[in-house]
Design a protein around this ligand. Structure first.
Ligand code: TRP
Length: 452
């Protein structure tokens, strides 16, 4: 789509195919959060108990908020800032609610800044898995990659450039075509990796680690991390889903699609856990190793696996693409806003905001090497601070504001209009959750974390 036709995006354009919204939203949801973040966080937080709390958060907090975001977006057919404003004004509330949209734009850029650095590592791993260096262990290999700022910068730059290109091409042209083919392929390859883990890994121990909860390791931060991870993985609390909702055809059922997207997202995260932990245990690696977990464990698996030098690069290529389809949704809400307000062209907006994220990303690049001792928030380095700020702060707050707005301030009739094809009982359950359960739980987790 070029600059001229794309200005119509928010008035008339919606996804073409029936499945496109599901695929695009799943494209946004499924990404590094599932395959890189979920296993490493499950690893550092002790496994089963974290997984259980995570699943509860997806169902009880994530799903209702996802429905609310889609509903608000589709009603207004505008970017999140204006969608919140429209919904507020139509309900007789102050237009200040658009601040929720603005908060989302800022978190989107912050998340993209570190997301791109990790995605860059994935891109580099396509080559590393295709041509493994003999006699270098996968742990050494990860250290080689992350100790070089120029190498990380190169791939970080490539990833941001890809984002700018796709976003400039527009929603239908860029995003729709990409997710259609690639999401199913990623799923198949995940299954291959799980089968590999069954054959070559310690599968029973992996299962135990993921599904046998040990509550002795649970503390207040476990809850906040699990909740933050649920928000992150479902792309909630910053407008990605609201923005995609604004392109959703009117005849799609918001409940069913949300359920499908959340289900697919959870499935991929669990599959990633099943692909990774059996290998971790079989190879004597450390489950709590942190952000390098996926790269180290999977590279070891590929080196030993038949056709590993083909499956490995294919896996990292698909992971990079999954990351790209998520990263696009981090940038799209702000680009859509600038385009809608006719402030600048789609391309200029994508370029400027992309460069912004690129610059902030330099801090995350350096946090692996030159700045590894520099603490920003508490004792967290730059990348971990960005991750903390977004996951455990901005997104839960953004999501909670959406819930409070949809539950208490939005006219119920307006919601009911969008939910007209949903069974009334489900609507009533949704209202109960969005009004009471989601805001109370998010607040409780925050307070619990503060007092403990
Ligand atoms: N959900 C994506 C992942 O799991 C990342 C992502 C895309 C995201 N859009 C978002 C996270 C919006 C938070 C908010 O990798």
């Amino acid at each position: 789509m070029n600059g001229n036709t794309s200005s119509k995006v928010n008035e008339t354009v919606s996804w073409v195919g029936k499945w496109t919204f599901v695929l695009a939203a799943a494209g946004s949801a499924v990404g590094l959060g599932n395959i890189w973040g979920f296993p490493y966080k499950a690893g550092t937080e002790g496994g089963g108990a974290f997984v259980l709390i995570y699943l509860i958060c997806i169902l009880v907090v994530g799903l209702p908020i996802m429905m609310a975001e889609i509903m608000i977006g589709r009603r207004a057919r505008k970017s999140p800032v204006n969608a919140m404003k429209t919904a507020a004004l139509d309900s007789g509330q102050t237009s200040k609610w658009q601040a929720v949209g603005w908060g989302g734009l800022i978190s989107g850029i912050l998340i993209l800044s570190f997301y791109s650095v990790i995605a860059g590592i994935c891109l580099n791993y396509i080559l590393i898995a295709a041509f493994p260096t003999p006699d270098v262990s996968s742990l050494e290999q990860f250290n080689i990659v992350t100790s070089s700022p120029s190498r990380l910068m190169l791939w970080h730059s490539i990833f941001i450039a890809l984002n700018i290109m796709i976003i400039s091409a527009g929603v239908i042209g860029g995003i729709e075509r990409m997710v259609r083919l690639l999401m199913p392929m990623l799923f198949i390859l995940m299954m291959v990796m799980v089968i590999n883990a069954m054959i070559n890994g310690d599968f029973v121990r992996g299962l135990n680690f993921l599904f046998a909860p040990d509550f002795s390791e649970v503390d207040a931060t476990t809850f906040l991390r699990a909740m933050g991870q649920a928000f992150f993985s479902l792309s909630l609390g910053m407008g990605s889903i609201m923005c995609y909702g604004s392109y959703m055809p009117q005849d799609e059922n918001i409940f069913k699609t949300s359920l499908t997207v959340a289900g697919l997202d959870t499935l991929i995260a669990i599959l990633a856990g099943l692909a990774i932990f059996p290998i971790i245990f079989a190879y004597g690696l450390e489950p709590g190793a942190g952000p390098g977990l996926v790269f180290v464990s999977l590279l070891s698996a590929f080196v030993d696996m038949p056709f590993g030098n083909i499956v490995g690069p294919a896996f990292f290529a698909l992971l990079s693409i999954a990351a790209l389809s998520s990263a696009i949704s981090l940038l799209e809400p702000s680009v859509a806003y600038f385009e809608e307000e006719k402030i600048v062209s789609r391309f200029s907006a994508a370029l400027t905001l992309g460069l912004f994220a690129w610059v902030i990303g330099i801090g995350s690049v350096l946090s692996f090497n030159d700045w590894s001792d520099v603490s920003i928030i508490g004792d967290l380095n730059f990348l971990d601070s960005m991750d903390y700020l977004a996951n455990q702060f901005l997104m839960p707050i953004g999501g909670m504001m959406v819930a409070i707005f949809a539950g208490w301030f939005l006219k119920p009739d307006l919601a009911l209009d969008e939910f007209s094809d949903i069974h009334f009982t489900i609507f009533k359950i949704w209202r109960f959750f969005i009004k009471f359960i989601s805001p109370v739980l998010v607040t409780a987790v925050f307070v619990y974390q503060l007092v403990s």
